[in-house]
Design a binder for this molecule. Structure first.
Ligand SMILES: [Zn+2]
Ligand SMILES: [Zn+2]
Length: 303
């Protein structure tokens, strides 16, 4: 038995923090692409994707000062059993997606297939917020990732966390990574705080170029967070050890033996180890701090 894991902590390169889901005045956001680029650059982000609904916006001229812009678009398509649409975020595409926005006749699978054929990365956006069943999310093929955490969905509807959709897809045999994102709109709504800087990924990239960042995302060389930092993941034989910023809970999530979870009353944990039990198919690590912030590794597959 061995563990297959693209380990970002054993790769050379630079660590870059990024947000992969942002809306501007070109769809239903309040800020311009320029204003978003400036805000994320000032916050120390290394990359940012503008992903307007049904609109491809070329933002390559907005990088610089440590920030690299990724090209993207979000498209709503198909129809779920609940009557909602699937939302697919396309990253690393060089032109607009050739589909109308919000057309139930366009299948989400056709969108994912097109993105992959164009050399891009397809991400299933906010499956819990969209009302997808676990089966609907798990049936899609060719997703690089699904959003385990979507910040604006958490702020607006308390439906930001899609870990159960992700585990169901992994249980069904999909090899799919995860991302945490802002889905920033920056609209001023009563009782809703700023929706920037609440969900992000930290990627190990060869350099700051768009190609290197996309390569790291494609290979899964990153972790996702809504608060804590992961400082290291070590796979020694069959044992996984994780080190992180102080948290109250470190969980090794798996199936069918359901992993393990170490808990403290306060943020006193910074390290834990786990050895998969026989028959477990994958392990992913999820850490949670006392304020509810989480960080997620991508899955390690038992082979
Ligand atoms: Zn969406
Ligand atoms: Zn969105």
């Amino acid at each position: 038995m061995g563990l297959s894991y693209e380990n970002p902590f054993s790769e050379p390169g630079v660590w870059l923090r990024g947000n992969l889901h942002t809306h501007t005045v070109n769809s239903d956001g309040r800020l311009t692409p320029e204003e978003h680029a400036e805000r994320y650059r000032e916050a120390g982000y290394g990359f940012l994707a503008v992903t307007d609904h049904g609109e491809y916006v070329d933002t390559r001229g907005l990088g610089g000062g440590g920030l690299t812009m990724l090209q993207g678009e979000e498209l709503s398509a198909g129809r779920t059993g609940a009557g909602t649409l699937y939302h697919v975020v396309a990253l690393g595409i060089g032109e607009a997606l050739p589909f109308p926005e919000a057309d139930p006749a366009v299948s989400p699978q056709a969108v994912i297939d097109h993105v992959n054929g164009a050399g891009g990365i397809a991400v299933l956006a906010h499956p819990y917020w969209s009302g997808l069943t676990h089966g609907e999310a798990a049936t899609l093929k060719g997703l690089a990732a699904l959003e385990v955490y979507n910040h604006v969905c958490e702020l607006l509807n308390d439906r930001g966390d899609a870990a159960a959709h992700w585990d169901h897809a992994l249980t069904a045999g999909a090899r799919v990574n995860t991302v945490a994102v802002d889905d920033a709109h920056s609209r001023e709504r009563p009782h809703v705080p700023d929706d920037s800087f609440g969900g992000w990924v930290v990627a190990r990239c060869r350099d700051r170029s768009e190609a290197s960042i996309l390569d790291a995302l494609r290979r899964g060389l990153y972790y996702s967070s809504s608060g804590p930092s992961i400082h290291g993941v070590e796979v020694r034989g069959d044992e996984v050890t994780v080190r992180c910023s102080p948290v109250a809970k470190i969980a090794f999530v798996s199936v069918p033996c359901l992993g393990d979870c170490i808990k403290e009353a306060r943020d006193d944990l910074t390290e834990a180890s786990y050895e998969p039990r026989p028959a477990e198919r994958y392990i992913r690590v999820q850490v949670t701090d006392s304020r509810g912030g989480r960080a997620w590794t991508n899955p390690m597959y038992v082979e």
